[in-house]
Design a binder for this molecule. Structure first.
Ligand code: ZN
Length: 604
């Protein structure tokens, strides 16, 4: 860690109140709840083991009682860990909080051991018997939960095989993932500028790519490349190992395509994903058109990879916390008073932690916590207009999580593809409001450019990352272990079509795949971002067309949480993600934003 700076902002004093969960790190109720959860889990096992997987399946009433039990005890079991996680995120340098987090996690695992049998027994029930239970009216509330559990059924191995794989994964896949994380977080990158060399962390050197000064961006790009090249042998080996491990896993579990396990978890078909990616790729001209505009705005002869994140104007207005609070609240209120009321509670009841604090986790998130309490938001507010968008983003998650509480703990979470729906939608509402509130042409253009660039990062870049990942898995399959240069060639080949002649990719850029954690943590994670963003842009279009009629349907969609597959829930809004032309709606909106930016630039 570099030297620590004590920062402050207009959000000083805006800290969350976690009393809804527990009172303090040493609250005796934490141990009481963990003990109670353990006893309930043991009783659950005593009551139901051997009674789920029976001839003809259990009776609907027995299964219903078991599910209600499971739901209650899962919440009881997770509540202390959720609290510890939030406490820790707010101050990671407090050892007492770290210790509580470790303790609640360990105890959670011990409790969980008593309930694992339930899933296994449920999955083993023959299909016709299980189908009858899934369709039973008494079990309607848990239908999708039951259905989803069984979706992986064809890919489960025998119990002893599963146990062995699970056990060996600790020293196999999981060990390589940890080695990757620890390597990347301890890597240093030399920033050589003005005759001095500074050693920076990954996060710090990446931040320098956003610097208004081109020579600093150039130095940052060179430093990033140098740091990555210094570690290329180890990182390449980790990539090779994990890609091969994924292949073995797919073979053992009878998945034909390396993307199939992810599609299954996302409740989406390969056809839909391919249609989404092809549609995005047909709009590369939009990306290039924007980068040509950016080059002109930056007054450069050529735009290089290290210029992509440069701010279009160095100076930007600031926005203090009270003003941000007002802007975001008004945006949600104007959309729907009901949404506004929920958002207001986040501020008034102190469900948000926004101040800068030594040891606080960077970035932002909204935790759904547990349905019997309410969500909590963490962010680091630094008075930038960007932070206003982050606040709107996290409140979108918070609204989604708050509204879906009645669906219950087992079904409130959505798959990745729709997880970012409410957050990005909320951002769009606030973005429109900001454009109205900041009429100064350069500010408006800067806001629009940053929105376009965010859209590109979540749509086109993620499709490029997915294409690269596909080609890497294929090449590893066909050619065996790959060299850094071989993978770098695949990376450049995946990147070129999007950048075209609008962005010059330097030689150093070739190894910038080496630090992307998504490839390591969750193979084929990236397309879900593109799905979510284009879905929201289409929803924004629908809202524009339908006006007030759209609002109750949208809120109902949020309230349904993960109680059905995304395409089913979205179907109720008249959105058909299986229609290959569907993605054009969002892509055209992005294109329209680029045209608008060009117009604004002409007026300057
Ligand atoms: Zn988010």
């Amino acid at each position: 860690m570099a030297q620590v700076q004590q920062q402050s902002s207009s959000a000083d004093g805006v800290a969350w109140d976690l009393d809804g969960l527990y009172r303090a790190v040493d609250d005796p109720q934490i141990a009481v709840d963990l003990d109670a959860a353990l006893r309930r889990a043991q009783a659950f096992e005593d009551t139901y083991r051997g009674r789920i997987q029976v001839d003809g399946g259990p009776s609907p009433s027995l299964l219903l009682t078991a599910l209600k039990d499971l739901e209650e005890l899962s919440e009881l079991m997770d509540k202390p860990a959720v609290y510890a996680g939030l406490l820790h995120a707010a101050k990671t340098d407090d050892p007492a909080r770290g210790a509580l987090l470790a303790r609640t996690r360990e105890q959670g695992t011990a409790i969980n051991k008593h309930v694992i049998f339930f899933d296994l027994e449920w999955i083993k029930i023959p299909e016709p018997d299980a189908r009858k239970l899934i369709d039973a009216p008494a079990l309607a509330k848990y239908r999708h939960f039951l259905e989803r559990k069984r979706a992986r059924r064809p890919h489960y191995l025998s119990e002893p095989e599963e146990k062995i794989l699970d056990e060996k994964a600790v020293t196999g896949r999981a060990a390589f993932v940890r080695l990757f994380d620890e390597t990347v977080s301890s890597m240093t990158f030399p920033l050589k500028h003005d005759g001095r060399t500074e050693l920076l962390s990954m996060q710090q050197i990446n931040a320098k790519l956003y610097d208004p000064d081109r020579s600093i961006r150039q130095a940052a790009a060179a430093g990033l490349t140098e740091g990555l090249e210094n570690n290329a042998r180890l990182l390449t080996f980790i990539f090779n190992t994990l890609v091969h491990d994924h292949k073995s896993d797919c073979d053992l579990r009878h998945f034909a395509d390396p993307m199939d396990p992810r599609h299954l978890a996302n409740e989406i078909s390969n056809t839909v994903v391919e249609a989404l990616m092809t549609a995005a790729e047909s709009h590369h001209a939009t990306v290039q058109r924007y980068y040509h505009l950016k080059r002109r705005l930056l007054k450069l002869d050529s735009l290089y990879d290290y210029d992509r994140y440069a701010p279009v104007f160095a100076e930007q207005p600031t926005c203090d916390w009270p003003q941000a609070r007002r802007i975001v609240l008004e945006s949600y209120q104007a959309f729907a008073p009901e949404a506004g009321m929920v958002v207001q509670r986040f501020f008034e009841d102190r469900w948000i932690d926004a101040e800068l604090r030594q040891g606080k986790r960077s970035g932002a998130f909204s935790s759904s916590a547990v349905p019997s309490v309410h969500p909590y938001i963490l962010m680091n507010y630094t008075d930038k207009l960007r932070d206003v968008m982050t606040l709107a983003h996290e409140l979108g998650h918070g609204l989604h999580q708050y509204l879906s509480r009645p669906v219950g703990y087992l079904q409130c979470d959505t798959p990745l593809t729709t997880a970012e729906m409410a957050s990005v939608f909320g951002e769009m509402l606030t973005f429109q409001r900001l454009l109205e509130l900041y009429p100064e042409p350069r500010t408006r253009l800067a806001l629009l450019c940053s929105k376009i660039e965010d859209g590109f990062a979540t749509v086109f870049r993620q499709v490029v990352l997915t294409r690269f990942e596909q080609s890497m898995h294929q090449a590893r399959r066909d050619q065996g272990e790959l060299s850094t240069d071989q993978i770098s060639a695949l990376w450049m080949a995946a990147n070129r079509p999007m950048h075209g002649d609008a962005v010059q990719l330097t030689d150093g850029y070739a190894c910038w795949w080496l630090y992307i954690g998504h490839f390591i943590h969750v193979p084929f994670y990236c397309y879900a971002y593109a799905f979510g963003e284009l879905l929201v842009l289409a929803l924004v279009q629908k809202y524009k067309q339908e006006g007030a009629a759209f609002v109750p349907k949208y809120l109902e969609l949020l309230a349904s949480g993960g109680s059905d597959a995304p395409h089913v829930l979205l179907g109720k809004l008249g959105v058909d993600v299986t229609d290959p032309t569907f993605w054009e709606l969002g892509l055209r909106l992005l294109q329209g934003m680029v045209v608008e930016a060009e117009e604004m630039a002409k007026q300057l």
